[in-house]
Design a protein around this ligand. Structure first.
Ligand SMILES: [Zn+2]
Ligand SMILES: [Zn+2]
Length: 279
């Protein structure tokens, strides 16, 4: 079963960085949502106690006053619920829509359109309800996932492989950055994921793979590295296959950067169909 987590709050607002790219959702996914093994869930606000496990009191007091806070709490809530439902065996995989939350949110600060951590509270929640501690995070947004890195810096049970813009790829234990050139294109990017992420995640053997999927890397968007719209479904198909091989298909995709509305409307319905397809 594939879960899709969305809330109407995500529409008709000019979200920082990504704008109103979900204006026509979930309607544009209508066909995918009628598949028998796809269920649409309305994202619920995250339990605040989970935010306090990741962010500092001082930071949360500050961010609570921002207009985008409610959207961010719904995005994090969707991610936490997706994780819970996977642990409980109700879902195999999920697509979580996010506004205002994601990989630039550190414990005590944030920037770049993402003001709460999604994966931090989810990992904290899954530790409360299970013995699962070992998770992999694939980040294919254009920008370095500095917030994700800060949240999990001292946690060797989190593999974080981040495709960004370090001239020299760095690797410290389970924390890895892979350089992506400005004009890499679809084929070369997929080869990098195959050669840099897949062997590491197979060795690491996580319980579940989280994927921060930005499409700011698309041609004409603000993080353009020359990718076409066909790249994103192809990437998801490959990661899903690896998840099926190593962790029984447990895979959560969280939407990240990218401001092209046409791109969002093209890729996400296809990604839902792919997640729901039989292996
Ligand atoms: Zn980005
Ligand atoms: Zn990085």
């Amino acid at each position: 079963m594939t879960g899709v987590f969305f809330h109407d709050e995500f529409k008709n607002k000019d979200w920082p960085i990504i704008g109103d790219k979900f204006a026509n959702f979930p309607k544009v996914m209508e066909k995918a949502l009628t598949l028998p093994n796809v269920e649409l869930f309305e994202s619920q606000p995250v339990n605040e106690e989970l935010l306090y496990k990741v962010h500092t009191h001082r930071y949360l007091q500050e961010v609570k006053h921002a207009w985008y806070y409610r959207g961010a709490t719904l995005a994090v809530g969707g991610c936490v619920e997706a994780g819970e439902k996977i642990i409980q065996g109700e879902l195999n995989n999920a697509l979580v829509f996010s506004v205002g939350a994601g990989h630039h949110a550190s414990p005590d600060s944030a920037w770049g359109g993402t003001y709460l951590s999604c994966i931090g509270p989810t990992v904290a929640r899954l530790a409360e309800i299970s013995n699962e501690r070992r998770f992999a995070i694939l980040d294919t947004d254009r920008h370095h996932g500095d917030g994700t890195r800060a949240v999990f810096e001292d946690n060797p049970n989190i593999l974080h492989v981040c495709f960004c813009y370090y001239t020299n790829s760095i690797e410290h234990g389970t924390k890895v950055d892979i350089n992506i050139d400005d004009r890499i294109g679809d084929e070369e990017y997929l080869v990098k994921v195959q050669s840099e992420f897949f062997p590491r995640v197979r060795d690491f053997n996580p319980y579940l793979i989280f994927h921060n999927l930005g499409h700011d890397t698309a041609q004409g968007d603000y993080g353009d590295v020359g990718l076409t719209r066909e790249f994103y479904p192809r990437l998801v198909k490959e990661v899903k296959t690896v998840a099926e091989e190593i962790c029984e298909g447990r895979y959560i995709i969280i939407t990240h950067g990218g401001s092209r509305i046409d791109m969002a409307e093209y890729i996400f319905p296809r990604i839902v169909e792919l997640l729901a397809s039989e292996r």
